[in-house]
Design a protein around this ligand. Structure first.
Ligand code: UT7
Length: 328
């Protein structure tokens, strides 16, 4: 068995920004309410001529440059997303072509906001077993096109963006590697956060367009409770699997959904907030893209350094959850 390591990191946020003040003009809300309840100040929105695949390409190229690798060295491409360009084919195939990658296995993985941890888990299996050496794992979301800008419960929370890890086989003596990864789902709670219409169970209809059931719908309070519960459990799982104490960790990079959720998880472990990477004020919730965007932000501004011990944790629709502990 081999080990995998994170060889390169990259991310992309679209230029266009929607502030809380912009949202005040669309729904009955205020900047102060949004900041107090979520920590979000702004979020980014993809250009109208672009989509999920374009953001993937930008994040992917940055990660390749960071890894000092070229796209033809990649053996597998996984795009973790719930907002692909098309119903079919997978956006990963579009990204493969746009990146100019060779004829490699490319697929989408939908585990909602936990998608990136799921993607790392899958990449790790391919690398551990020696099937592939270099895997590009991208988390990318174009959530602003899944939102109802008349629904203040959801439209204030989400934004667009993409992030990427290049995961590669580690040398035998490399101290930096992915130590453990965990993933779960509680499907019985799926209706707490979903986009019911527009799939094959409830195909598009005029009624759907009139009622807006093709947009994301959420029971916020229930999601909040489950988020703190499942993220704390997933963190404990990663710590126990590696005999790690919370004080040994340099950074926690959680899924960026709501600052209050992050604080609740930090409290459970008595973990200082200044060792938790938070970008939610700038990005809102970018679902599967949020962990690699936050990670890349802290890596490029010098907070995250090579050799540090880093815990990732996520939860999302499904209800999915997961964690990963890595020596970066
Ligand atoms: O990746 C997973 C994605 N989902 C999440 O992470 C969401 C998790 N949930 C949350 O983050 C929080 O539940 C919310 C931020 C969505 C809501 O915060 P809350 O503290 O749970 O607020 P609430 O739903 O209890 O609403 C409190 C009040 C209500 O008014 P009343 O009944 O007290 O008069 C709401 O109607 O705030 C009202 N409200 C708003 N006011 C201004 C709800 N949404 C808004 C809004 N602006 N956007």
């Amino acid at each position: 068995m081999f080990r995998s390591r994170v060889a390169g990191v990259g991310s992309f946020l679209p230029e266009k920004v929607i502030t809380n003040y912009d949202l005040e003009k669309m729904v009955e809300t205020t900047h102060d309410w949004i900041v107090q309840r979520t920590g979000i100040e702004r979020r980014h929105m993809v250009d109208e001529n672009e989509g999920c695949s374009d953001m993937c390409v930008r994040a992917g190229n940055k990660a390749l440059a960071d890894a000092k690798m070229t796209v033809d060295q990649m053996d597998l491409l996984i795009v973790c997303t719930l907002t692909p360009d098309y119903k079919m084919p997978a956006v990963a195939c579009i990204v493969q072509a746009k990146l100019g990658a060779k004829n490699i296995m490319s697929f989408d993985l939908n585990a909602a906001c936990s998608g990136f941890v799921y993607g790392m888990f899958v990449a790790d299996q391919f690398i551990k077993t020696g099937v592939y050496k270099n895997v590009m794992v991208i988390g990318a979301e174009n959530l602003t096109r899944l939102l109802n800008y008349k629904d203040r419960d959801t439209c204030i929370l989400f934004g667009d963006g993409a992030g990427c890890f290049i995961m590669s086989r580690a040398q035998e003596n490399d101290p930096n590697y992915l130590m453990t990864v965990h993933a779960h789902a509680e499907g019985s709670l799926a209706e707490l956060l979903w986009a019911k219409g527009g799939g094959t169970r409830y195909p598009f209809s005029q009624e759907m367009l009139d009622t807006g059931s093709h947009f994301m719908q959420m029971k916020g309070k229930e999601i909040f409770k489950n988020a703190t519960r499942t993220m704390a459990t997933a963190c404990t799982e990663a710590l126990n699997a590696t005999n790690t104490r919370p004080e040994q960790i340099d950074w926690i990079v959680p899924h960026q959904a709501n600052l209050r959720i992050t604080e609740a998880v930090a409290n459970q472990f008595d973990f200082p907030m200044d060792k938790i990477v938070s970008t939610v004020h700038e990005t809102g919730n970018t679902s599967a893209a949020s962990i690699p965007i936050a990670f890349d932000t802290a890596y490029r501004d010098g907070r995250i350094k090579r050799g540090q011990l880093i815990l990732l944790t996520a939860f999302g629709a499904g209800l999915t959850s997961g964690s990963a502990l890595l020596r970066f």
